[in-house]
Design a protein around this ligand. Structure first.
Ligand code: AMP
Ligand code: GLY
Length: 429
């Protein structure tokens, strides 16, 4: 089977690497990919926004399956265009992608189908917004309605901050703001393969969205992750599948927009049970970088079955190990990343202990340089979470670029002790 992946980040590198090792897959192509993927895929220098050219190329190459990585092409309807020429696609239609593309659509669907989530109001003007903020009190959560790369959410601790953020959002081009009740608890990323009807859940993963250690600083696209998550036992998994994932999949089918692809359910494990924080219409980044190294099943077969409505009766096989990922980000990320810096160290070797997935890198004059906000995802495996973290941070210490930022506390809250000092770059073991 010939598979083409759309995208150029760390998630797509992990997908390409796993598909390259899938027995059912003969060729992996990435459009447009990045330089780090050369060892596992053929890089195709096409622009996915040039639809005619892309469709002609997919047909000419006789591609059997297209996997769409990021949210933007999904929300812009690329999967519909590719399906219309008869090629199976792993990724939801434009209509179904609204689960991620419009927070107000997702919230209203959850309300109608009684899926547990935070209380909310979609508000169209500043005055109403201020009134709600004062009625509900702080902390309170303000969200931009559309896509914003994980950076459109602010948790406001004071009334002054909340009013300021509200005014800022309306003074940009936003038409509305979603105001949400603040939920307390631990977060869980719960990803499932969905073929329109059937749901095949993956292991639980946990992302670390804030920029700095101890969950300080602004929200980012994700600074690190680990899997599996110890809190996700069979009972909780069944609860999530029965009360959240299946009802949403049924709802989408009933509304005439069956969901096909990876459904990412972001959850808060509150003392009243799991509640939805958000849906994403795709694999998570960096969750994918920790989930796929643990997957024993043939990813190509599963993705093809998902894309063609044949998941029924399929099961996933997982390694009993743990995986953790630390993101190395550029100076200035998430606001104004400074790029073009030389990267030193081994950013190629992929073995059973550690691996590196490229996000924002490019290859110039025979060396790798930084090219984006999130630059590399360093992954380590181990029989315990701590062993996997030791392997991840040992590898992190071998890689460098000027202004590099990374968190030294990935997984710390699950292990139950503070590991900051141990995992800082220049600490002595
Ligand atoms: P989202 O883009 O909706 O996933 O939000 C980004 C992050 O903001 C989430 O992963 C949470 O850490 C946090 N967040 C979003 N909504 C809430 C909420 N209602 N209560 C508490 N934290 C939230
Ligand atoms: N890791 C969060 C996301 O992919 O949106």
């Amino acid at each position: 089977m010939k598979v083409c992946i759309i995208g150029n980040g760390g998630r797509e590198h992990a997908l390409a690497w796993k598909l390259h090792h899938s027995p059912s897959v003969t060729d992996v192509y990435v459009v447009p990919g990045n330089a780090g993927m050369r060892t596992v895929a053929t890089i195709v220098k096409l622009d996915w926004t040039e639809r005619r050219t892309l469709l002609a190329w997919l047909l000419e190459q006789e591609i059997d399956l297209v996997v769409i990585g990021p949210e933007l092409p999904l929300v812009e309807g690329l999967s519909d265009a590719i399906r219309s020429v008869g090629i199976p696609v792993f990724g939801p239609s434009q209509q179904a992608s609204r689960l991620e593309g419009s927070k107000s659509f997702a919230k209203e669907l959850m309300r109608r189908y009684k899926v547990p989530t935070a209380e909310y109001v979609v508000c169209q003007d500043v005055d109403t917004g201020k009134r709600i903020i004062h009625q509900w009190g702080v902390p309170i959560v303000l969200k931009k309605d559309g896509l914003s790369g994980g950076k459109g959410v602010t948790i406001c601790e004071t009334f002054t901050e909340a009013e300021q953020v509200l005014e800022e959002i309306f003074s940009s081009s936003e038409q509305c703001v979603v105001i949400e009740e603040y939920m307390q608890g631990k977060e869980l990323s719960f990803l499932s393969f969905v073929d329109g009807t059937h749901v095949l859940p993956m292991l639980g993963a946990r992302d670390h969205k804030r920029l700095l250690d101890r969950d300080a600083g602004p929200n980012t696209g994700g600074m690190g992750a680990y899997a599996p998550v110890p809190e996700l036992n069979d009972t909780l998994e069944q609860d999530i599948v029965e009360t959240i994932v299946k009802p949403i999949v049924k709802a989408m089918a009933k509304e005439g927009h069956p969901y096909v692809g990876c459904l990412y359910t972001g959850l808060m494990l509150t003392d009243k049970g799991p509640k939805v924080v958000e849906f994403n219409a795709r694999f998570g980044d960096p969750e994918t970088q920790v989930l796929l190294p643990l997957l024993h099943s043939d990813l190509g077969l599963i993705m093809y079955a998902t894309a063609t409505g044949r998941l029924e009766g399929m099961a996933l096989e997982w390694s009993p190990q743990y995986a953790s990922c630390v993101i190395l980000a550029s100076e200035g990320y998430p606001y104004q990343p400074l790029i073009g810096r030389n990267i030193t160290g081994d950013i190629y070797t992929m073995d059973s202990v550690s691996m590196v997935f490229h996000s924002g890198t490019s290859y110039k004059e025979e060396r790798f340089v930084t090219q984006g906000g999130r630059v590399l995802g360093v992954v380590g495996l181990g029989d315990t979470l701590e062993e996997s973290l030791d392997n991840t941070y040992a590898r992190v210490r071998t890689i460098g670029f000027e202004g590099q930022q990374y968190r030294a506390d990935i997984g710390a809250s699950s292990i139950g002790f503070c590991i900051h000092a141990k995992y800082r770059k220049n600490s002595i073991d």
